[in-house]
Every structure is written in structure tokens, then in C-alpha cells.
Design a protein around this ligand. Structure first.
Ligand SMILES: [Zn+2]
Length: 201
């Protein structure tokens, strides 16, 4: 599977690939809001280190879990950020005004950032190491600020299926993405439309 595309389990237990289109939205997939432990993937710092290896950030340069240093307090901050972002992303996707305190929270999280650098031995891009939890947090926050405060805000959308709350950034050229995944909600919509058409016959 492509880096940054995650396998998600639907309510019926069927797995489908989902490309959230941005790292800060990919982070939302690591746990449910409000501390719902059933969906928590980041139970400890090593879980986040392992999760980053397959994340969209590895498109810039590979990430080795051994180069990631996350303190428990940093992990807590990342989860808090994730909860805030969950709310803000849905509000923005609904074209409503986000809460100022929540925006300030995202602003404050942007302090640090992962640093790409040119490796002197190979001449290709690598991540400066160690990668810290604050840097991971800041990288997600900066991206969120760039999207929410920029002209791509219209591309931040919630899947059109009524029973699906997945949020993505539409990175397609025509900008007409409607579904979290064609294999999931796109297909369910097609089946529904087909049945509706044939019910009239
Ligand atoms: Zn969906």
C-alpha cells in the first residue's frame, strides 16, 4: 500500500484503503476522539514511532523507528492535539467557523518541526535525527495551519456518505473527490444509485 494510505475497518468489520491526503488528517486515524480507548493505536511512544514509518511523512524521506524519540508527555500532547483537530477539521469541512481557543491550541502546537536535510554522503533528502515528539506534533500543526488558513480550505472535506465521518484533503487535480474511498463509500453510493434507478423500471 502507498505510504500515507491506511487500511480502515468499517462498522461492518470490512477493511478498506483510505488516503486522507495530508499528514495532519492521517494522524486523526490513530484514535477515536474523547479518549475512546477502543480505537487507540498510540498506547505508548513506541506505537507512534512504528506508525510514523508508514506515514505520509516517509514520502519526503524514509523514517526509521529507532531514530524517533517520544517522551510520554509529548505523546499526551499529540493526542490532545488530535482531539482538538478532530473537532476543528469537522467544523471547517462543514464550512462553519472554528472555535478561537481551538485554533490557538493548534497555533501553539506549531512551535517545533521535523527538519528535512540533504544527506552529505548520498546527496538525497533525509530527516534530521533524532525525530522528537514535539517535532512530529509541530509538523502536523504547521500543515493544519497551512490548509485551514490557506486557499486549500475548500478541499478539506468530510466523506459525503451520511454514516461516514472520515475527513480528507482532496489533492486530486479536478478537486471533485467526494468519498473517503471508492472501495467503500463510493461503491456503496454506486450500488444505491443503481438500485434506485432500477426500482423505477
Ligand atoms: Zn466514507
Amino acid at each position: 500500500m502507498d505510504l500515507g494510505t491506511r487500511l480502515i475497518a468499517g462498522p461492518d468489520g470490512q477493511a478498506f484503503p483510505f488516503d486522507p491526503g495530508a499528514f495532519f488528517l492521517e494522524l486523526l486515524l490513530t484514535g477515536g476522539p474523547d479518549g475512546d480507548q477502543r480505537w487507540e493505536l498510540l498506547r505508548g511512544p513506541s506505537d507512534l514511532a512504528a506508525w510514523l514509518v508508514d506515514s505520509r511523512l516517509a514520502l519526503t524521506a524514509p523514517i526509521d523507528a529507532d531514530d524517533v524519540r517520544i517522551r510520554p508527555a509529548e505523546l499526551r500532547a499529540i493526542k490532545q492535539f488530535r482531539d482538538t483537530l478532530w473537532t476543528v477539521a469537522h467544523v471547517v469541512a462543514a464550512a462553519e467557523e472554528p472555535n478561537e481557543d481551538e485554533l490557538e491550541f493548534i497555533n501553539a502546537a506549531a512551535e517545533s518541526s521535523m527538519r528535512p536535510r540533504i544527506a552529505l554522503d548520498t546527496g538525497v533528502c533525509e530527516w534530521a535525527t533524532p525525530i522528537t515528539g514535539s517535532q512530529v506534533l509541530g509538523t502536523a500543526a504547521r500543515e493544519a495551519i497551512d490548509v485551514i488558513g490557506g486557499d486549500r480550505i475548500d478541499r478539506l472535506r468530510e466523506c459525503e456518505a451520511e454514516d461516514c465521518a472520515l475527513v480528507f484533503l482532496d489533492t486530486s487535480r479536478p478537486g471533485n473527490r467526494r468519498w473517503c474511498s471508492m472501495q467503500r463509500c463510493g461503491n456503496r453510493h454506486k450500488v444505491k444509485a443503481y438500485r434506485a434507478r432500477h426500482a423505477k423500471d
